[in-house]
Design a protein around this ligand. Structure first.
Ligand code: G6P
Length: 615
């Protein structure tokens, strides 16, 4: 959700924090703020504003004119995605304690904040904002007896809920205290500085050596020096992780939007996701992160997939793979359902958590529940060192590179490719023949080419986007492997273009939604030349009979389909199981160009956040 950056070192904290916040803006972006402590000053200097980091920077030009403020070497900053209290200046972070001696930035939710607030009000604390986070600032002040680390730990002991926090205090101009429970905190340690952030992208222009806090950890950070303990002040040691993303990977590289860049990165991302993992000769794949030998793989008798958003739709494709390639019964559930539905987990059930960020709260909770019930838990994440990856303990990384645009793109196609590789590995421990395995592996090798061929269709897709950019409603339909694509196509369009779009199984349309069809409600039919095509064509005809324009995602050279649709978006010919990759890339381009033509903030759509770390 929100983004946190803290800096203590020899550099100019304000500038460093703001540039870090820019990189984190995708996590939340409805208001922002910064607090620094100028040397020798008698108070912490705070600036906050509704809006984006650009608005914060403008305000800093007027509010931070004093060179002492600009030269301050310690500070914390925040970009917010509101949970409690509307996004305005008062509710923006950092929040100050009553006396103004402490400033905190917080991600997460303090669930018992009302009780805590009442208790603090009785002790004469007065609150300015409607946020849960401000309560924490006051609570820390209440617990303070000269030791900042101890005060933060004592306050957190009273807190129910989740937090990633960073705190500075007027009496300790050389230290930041940070802590985590359910909301990530990464630490970059350089010779002359320590940077604390909710995400490594704010750190890697300073260092690629990063340490991640675990839940319950408290960090005391000074310039180039850190000390991690538990809440009870017992020292703990955390591993150093080497992050191999570089800055050019998280910058836009000439594209107008991250989303556009990430769509175009798919040939390369897919090549990275499969590199060194396919063993074509044996018709299988080698995914060492799964840490399972053939005996263990063969034992799995059920796969339960939990995920949210776009990852959920990739999981739907994965379910078909596990059933088709490996003959293993597979189910998929929204992670939020999984955690509360008391799922049945038997001894050899494998729970697969899919999450680009590796931080989604519901998916993480599903992992914990599955572990509690004794499942074999695997994580399928993109972000190395993320909480789900670490808590699952084993799994597969996507290697898709950083995904910054809020709408997930390259993560989806890489998740699909990795799921196919997982299913093949499982299949080869049972009834999938070496020949069938080889065919799958050989097709997977060509996936980067397939992605490139769709990207080459961009001009034609723009023409379709121009025709339909003005509509208010749209439907996406598909069946079999195309059903998840219909769902993902609708999700992509609605999240960035704000067009009301719904995905349906092609056969379900007539059970209700068909009542909504009319001439200005386009139906996008995912209908490549794969089994089931003729049935989908039948459903397209039903739509056209209600005057709805039909746009088909169809296979190049398929002459049968043209008479049944108003417009065509062509995808390259490929085996049925791979068709989700080109079809979804075409949908991504369509959604992107519709949103661009509507002049919308594509990388940061309203009300959304890249990483949803609240329930
Ligand atoms: C948010 C994002 C979606 C993403 C979903 C799951 O809602 O806006 O794009 O698909 O979270 O994220 P995850 O990181 O778990 O894949």
């Amino acid at each position: 959700m929100c983004g946190i950056v803290g800096y203590v070192g020899s550099g100019k904290a304000a500038g460093i924090i703001v540039s870090g916040l820019h990189r984190l803006e995708y996590r939340g972006y409805d208001s922002a703020g910064i607090a620094v402590y100028p040397q020798g000053a008698d108070h912490l200097q705070v600036v906050k504003t509704p809006g984006k980091i650009d608005d914060l920077e403008k305000l800093m030009l007027t509010e931070f004119q004093d060179p002492a403020v600009l030269n301050a070497t310690i500070g914390i900053g925040h970009t917010r995605w509101a949970t409690h209290g509307e996004p305005n200046q008062v509710n923006a972070h950092p929040h100050m304690s009553g006396q103004g001696n402490f400033a905190i930035v917080h991600n997460g939710i303090i669930e018992n904040y009302r009780d805590l607030k009442l208790k603090l009000e009785k002790k004469d604390h007065h609150f300015r904002s409607e946020t849960d986070s401000e309560v924490l600032a006051h609570l820390i002040e209440e617990c303070y007896e000269g030791d900042l680390r101890a005060a933060v730990a004592a306050a957190l002991e009273q807190v129910e809920g989740t937090y990633g926090i960073a705190v500075i205090c007027k009496e300790h101009p050389d230290m930041i205290v940070a802590a985590r429970k359910g909301s990530p905190i990464a630490i970059g340690v350089c010779d002359d500085a320590t940077i604390v952030a909710s995400d490594v992208s704010a750190i890697i222009n300073h260092t690629n050596k990063v340490i991640f806090l675990d839940d319950g950890d408290v960090l005391l950070a000074r310039k180039g020096d850190i000390d991690i303990t538990s809440l009870k002040n017992v020292p703990v040691s955390r591993e150093l992780t080497n992050i191999d993303w570089d800055l050019t990977q998280i910058e836009k590289g000439g594209y107008e939007h991250f989303m556009h860049k990430e769509i175009h990165e798919q040939p390369e991302a897919l090549a990275n996701a499969i590199r060194g993992r396919l063993v074509v000769e044996d018709g299988t794949s080698k995914l060492s992160g799964m840490q399972m030998d053939a005996y263990e793989l063969a034992r799995i008798d059920r796969v339960l997939i939990a995920a949210c958003g776009t990852s959920f739709y990739a999981g739907m494709v994965g379910k078909y793979y596990f059933e088709d390639f490996a003959d293993i019964p597979a189910e998929i559930q929204q992670a939020a359902e999984f955690r509360y539905r008391n799922p049945i987990i038997q001894r050899d059930t494998c729970m697969l958590a899919i999450s680009q960020s590796g931080e989604t709260a519901d998916t993480l909770a599903a992992v914990r529940e599955a572990k509690r019930k004794g499942a074999i838990v695997l994580g399928l994440c993109n972000v190395v060192g993320s909480t789900i990856a670490r808590e699952a303990g084993r799994g597969v990384y996507l290697h898709a590179g950083p995904e910054i645009g809020v709408a997930s793109t390259k993560a989806f196609t890489c998740q699909v490719a990795v799921l196919a590789m997982m299913a093949v590995a499982l299949g080869r421990t049972r009834r999938l023949s070496i020949q069938a395995g080889r065919q799958i592996a050989e097709s997977l090798q060509k996936v980067p080419e397939l992605a490139q061929k769709v990207l080459d269709q961009e001009k034609a897709i723009i023409t379709v986007a121009e025709k339909y950019a003005g509509v208010q409603d749209a439907f996406f339909i598909g069946r079999g492997y195309m059903y998840p694509c219909a769902m993902e196509g609708a999700l992509k369009l609605k999240e960035i273009s704000y067009i009301h779009a719904e995905g349906y199984h092609a056969a379900e349309l007539k059970h209700g939604p068909i009542a909504l069809l009319e001439e200005n409600v386009p139906v996008f039919a995912c209908c490549p030349d794969v089994p089931g095509k003729s049935k989908t064509i039948g459903n397209m005809q039903e739509c056209r009979a209600r005057k709805a324009p039909v746009i088909a995602f169809a296979t190049e050279g398929d002459e049968e389909i043209a008479p049944h649709c108003d417009d065509l978006i062509v995808i390259p010919r490929c085996p049925e199981f791979l068709a989700p990759i080109p079809v979804v890339i075409a949908e991504q381009l369509l959604a992107y160009h519709v949103a661009r033509l509507r002049g919308l903030p594509i990388d940061q759509p309203r009300n959304l956040a890249k990483s949803v770390t609240v329930e």
